[in-house]
Ligand binder design. Sequence first.
Ligand code: ADP
Ligand code: MG
Length: 724
Amino acid sequence: MDVDDPSPRAGGVGADPPRIRRLEESVVNRIAAGEVIQRPSSAVKELVENSLDAGASTVSVTVKDGGLKLIQVSDDGHGIRFDDLPILCERHTTSKLSTYEDMQTIKSMGFRGEALASMTYVGHVTVTTITEGQLHGYRVSYKDGVMENEPKPCAAVKGTQIMVENLFYNMVARRKTLQNSNDDYPKIVDFISRFAVHHINVTFSCRKHAANRADVHSASTSSRLDAIRNVYGASVVRDLMEIEVSDENAGDAVFKMDGYISNANYVAKKITMILFINDRLVDCTSLKRAIEFVYSATLPQASKPFIYMSINLPSEHVDVNIHPTKKEVSLLNQERIIEIIKNTIEEKLRSSNTTRLFQTQAVNPSALIQANTQKEKGTDVKMASGMTSQKTPVSQMVRTDPRNPSGRLHTYWHGQSSNLEKKTDLVSVRNVVRSRRNPKDACDLSSRHELITEVDSHCHPGLLEVVKNCTYVGLADEVFALIQHNTRLYLVNVVNVSKELMYQQALCRFGNFNAIQLSEPAPLQELLLMALKDDELMGDENDEEKMEIAEVNSEILKENTEMINEYFSIHVDKDGNLTRLPVVLDQYTPDMDRLPEFVLTMGNDVTWDDEKECFRTVAAAIGNFYALHPPILPNPSGSGIQLYKKNKDSMASGEHVDNTDEDDIDQELLAEAETAWSQREWTIQHVLFPSMRLFLKPPKSMATDGTFVQVASLEKLYRIFERC
Ligand code: ADP
Ligand code: MG
């Protein structure tokens, strides 16, 4: 081997390690610049923020070729001193920060002193500025951080104008991708629109070079709604509601949020989320996803919302230095803040939902949820693009390691939102056919309101706190799940809580359900007979009696079909077939093996002659049907697999458990059972618990009836361990 060979090698065995060299400063700077100024719109954002930091009341933006040819931002701010011009565009020169500690209280948007410098490394920058009291201004150009010439006196109006030309002229790849990708101009317009909504006392304009008309033109105003109307149009403003919340627990409120959110009438394909935290335009993915989730779970049409939100916190609670372009910030107590906001939005939506204007949405037959009627075992529903395809290996579903956050709510949001994106056509799947409201409905709603008030007044505050802030640990057995709240572990009866949740949701969504469409209508009478056959109390003999009961019950349902369809989206066609069921929780379909039992309960247990009792009993029947009961097929895990043996005699003869021969097992049935059980486990973790945290108001009875059982307190356990 040639030891003196200085050339770098690919690192094979025995090769010399490559030499480490110090990069030239210009290279370092250009690499850093590429990070700060990622695209033309990021340059515009930095320039506009500088103008706002300079106290401007007017900011005008002009753009040519999506910003690649020219970006020009003019303001009427305080201008730049003549003496500072030589270092203006050097890296890490700023007027906004002097010690690291200043960052804790920083109010300006900039503080890194990197934006202008970066622009000079990837484009040609020319600055024209005048400070107050000067007779003339100065113009000077910069390249790679330094002045290209002495500042030249020039005529100037108040403030500063910064021009960036030929952005990325020296970054071939970047320029090419930007040229090929969509023009950045819409992004620029979007940024300016957002600033205009927040900084209502500043006049913004944004136009393409040489265009007569500005694409954003906001006039200074004292009303936020006027600002939104100006930029996003009157139709958006019509559907907005004001929202406000502050931290009630703390004596001196440290957290305040106010803004506007869209109501149930607003329709859009994409979420618009304008978020300012301490007056900084930022993104907060987890908050955005939480809000999207609340909308999709609360509103029947699951439209994407419009949100303008301004959050204010003491500056020492916000870490602004986590992103090179300050695009994201990190907050103290972020999860709690998100929770408070989520609850506020949810309440607002709930209370506004009753005033919704109903629109009829056409059914898209190709996207309808498929269902097959199977004579032997009821009706089996498979979602066209839904649950079955989402099957995840069981090992990945349960959070067994507390360090792995996969069972926690915020990770759920990520999954949830991508699911939602994938399934945008679920919106079209939703069959929202509602009759126009008539005066009769107003009184119907009052008994439904009474039932909701009952739920509220029976709510156990301690359990509510547990439910809202618990972490799902895993399933303990077929009925109980283990959850952790602070230092306590609880066993929760999944069947009971899900039944209650579904009951409450049935009341909340009353009159506003989306529908699960059965692809084949299921004859009520057959379903009833099926249920009666399963009913052990009835015995085998009196078939005639069963026929009679089935007939009577199906008549009762047919008589009330209009009402249950309108309020609960349970649709029975004129031939006595069940065709539609309500969506009680988004992304959740009940176990169709229980459909016959449900129909029988509707016939037997619903009180039809008293309005309030009728709503209560129908909601209870729905609650029971939609609850997460253990699947009817026995659990095949462990020794349960014995139950899937074809040759039952070998079981009777007491053959050993491990002796299960592959051929002996009814593989088809086993696969079905495995799917049902793992599906349920997935649903408990990813649908039931997140929804419970948002919606469940646990009644007081659950504290004593074994639904919630505290099994351990970690403090006590620690004390025991300490003694060991
Ligand atoms: P930062 O904003 O982080 O301080 P910049 O590189 O964006 O860093 O700007 C450097 C400095 O230039 C700012 O601190 C400010 O003093 C000055 N400056 C930039 N733009 C303007 C402007 N439009 N008006 C007045 N001063 C400006
Ligand atoms: Mg700046």
